[in-house]
Write a protein that binds this ligand. Structure first.
Ligand SMILES: *Cc1c(COP(=O)(O)O)cnc(C)c1O
Length: 467
């Protein structure tokens, strides 16, 4: 299996190289040169299999032998054994032909555990077989940081540094990052905003001497492996609801476009996905794009669903590549004009084609509180603000009621207790294994918003020099 860059100028790579590279050398994102198809007989085999068994069948063709099958099976089983629900991603019925796919039973209570638990182990395997080590540096507005730390803790060949904006992540999110006792984990509170944190990470990657010296790597959602791993729960949900014989729809709360792109990738592999419904909060650039064909940037607003407070969704570039007929030069031109002018359009023919697969809906904070409250009354389920946006999008774009619609519940309500309590007067409790989170000791560094201090800190604390 070979991978090509969306900008058409980077070398083709195999899966293991794509895994470690993250971003392509031409600034583009890697996508598979061809899409493996799930055959009728494999679909048949999937019915009745466990989550991990189906995951192996979906992922194995994409890995293309870069990790031996026996190892791949082992790391998939280990990744999902740590989830607290036996079904891993349980489906709950919340209405007539309407379902909730719970993706928050992993160690840090958000869907990002699905990809990062496996990604961390894949890194471990590939690095060990190459006798290499890496330093991961990442910025987080909450969920990615805790999931990445949990996935990389205690790994010999990885040191991980996660930057978060001091005082701007929720107390649960902060403690999930700062109470992990592992010598290779470094949570860093930066005196600045999330954008400042991201700029600091970029500065580390742009300093080629530092980058090489520390063997820097990234775990953000531009990494192809994350998208690939997320295809699995779309397949599992569809198989449980009658695929390949019955089509279905998914509603996805969308920020960086990584999750919904995985649903689209599942369709490319032959899953009968009738529609993907993009849910946005008031940061509605994607909603406006699918309404009008014009992508126009606006200022980021803070909302009750912080993991979706994003304007430019980096994974959108992968969809753009296909909308522009896999023409890397056209992607480069589109993106450079967008960067210069803050606006870009898609012609009507292409827009119509994209609308065959995507619908979009938006919901503001007031609506989000209303949907959390209504869902509790209607179904008895407490849902978090991100999941509420999916549930509402599914209803706004319902279409044919004979087609099942699955809303993706991306975070546990206890991750956002204040918003949920304000909407329902019910305070959600952390699950037992995290019940003592607020008694655990915090450990983190506090740094100024300054690239030199960060480099000094990494050089001083990474285990690289002691080897
Ligand atoms: C990251 C995140 C999202 C957005 O997912 P994307 O892949 O960035 O579109 C939605 N909900 C929660 C809870 C998240 O953590």
């Amino acid at each position: 299996m070979k991978y090509v860059s969306t900008r058409g100028e980077a070398p083709e790579l195999s899966f293991d190289d794509v895994l470690l590279a993250g971003l392509a050398s031409d600034g583009g994102l890697y996508v598979p040169a061809e899409w493996p198809q799930i055959s009728a007989s494999v679909f048949e085999e999937m019915a009745g299999l466990s989550y991990a068994d189906i995951a192996f069948l979906v992922i194995q063709p994409f890995v293309g032998g870069a990790i031996p099958d026996s190892q791949l099976r082992k790391i998939i089983y280990e990744s999902y054994a740590g989830f607290s629900h036996e079904a891993v991603a349980p489906l709950k019925q919340i209405g007539a032909n309407e379902w909730l796919l719970e993706l928050f039973h992993g160690p840090t209570l958000a869907f990002k555990d699905f990809a990062l638990q496996l990604l961390g182990r894949m890194f471990g395997h590939v690095l060990a077989s190459r006798k290499q080590r890496i330093t991961i540096v990442g910025a987080t507005s909450g969920d990615t940081g805790s999931a990445a730390i949990e996935a990389c803790r205690d790994r010999d060949n990885v040191d991980i540094y996660i930057l978060f904006p001091q005082g701007r992540v929720s107390p649960v999110q902060q403690r999930q990052m700062t109470t992990v006792e592992a010598a290779n984990v470094h949570a860093i509170a930066v005196d600045g905003t999330f954008d400042d944190c991201q700029d600091l990470v970029k500065a580390m990657f742009n300093d080629s001497q530092f980058r090489t010296e520390q063997n820097l790597s990234a775990v953000n959602s531009i990494n192809w492996a994350r998208v690939m791993i997320q295809i699995v729960y779309y397949v599992v949900a569809a198989v449980r609801l009658g695929a390949p014989h019955r089509p279905l729809r998914f509603a996805v709360p969308t920020g960086n476009f990584g999750n919904v792109l995985a649903g689209w990738a599942a369709w490319k592999c032959g899953l009968p996905v009738d529609r993907l419904i993009i849910g946005t909060n008031s940061n509605d650039i994607l909603y406006r794009f699918f309404e009008t064909g014009e992508m126009r940037i606006a200022d980021v607003e803070e909302t009750l669903s912080p993991s979706m407070d994003i304007q430019v969704s980096s994974n959108f570039e992968r969809l753009l590549f296909y909308m522009l007929d896999e023409d890397g030069a056209a992607v480069r031109e589109w993106l450079s004009k967008f960067r210069k002018t803050g606006t870009m359009s898609l012609d009507d023919t292409r827009l119509t084609k994209a609308r065959d697969h995507f619908d979009a809906a938006r919901l503001d904070d007031k609506g989000t509180r209303r949907v959390i409250q209504e869902t509790l009354e209607r179904t008895g389920e407490l849902i978090d603000p991100h999941s509420a946006i999916a549930v509402d999008a599914a209803r706004q774009c319902r279409g044919d009621i004979a087609v099942p619609v699955v809303s993706l519940a991306t975070a546990h309500p206890a991750k956002f207790p204040d918003a949920v309590e304000a909407a329902t007067a019910v305070r959600p409790h952390l699950p037992p294994r995290l019940a003592d989170l607020f008694e655990r000791t915090e450990r983190f560094a506090t740094l100024a918003n300054d690239a030199n201090s960060l480099q000094d800190f990494i050089r001083r604390t990474s285990r690289l020099k002691s080897r």
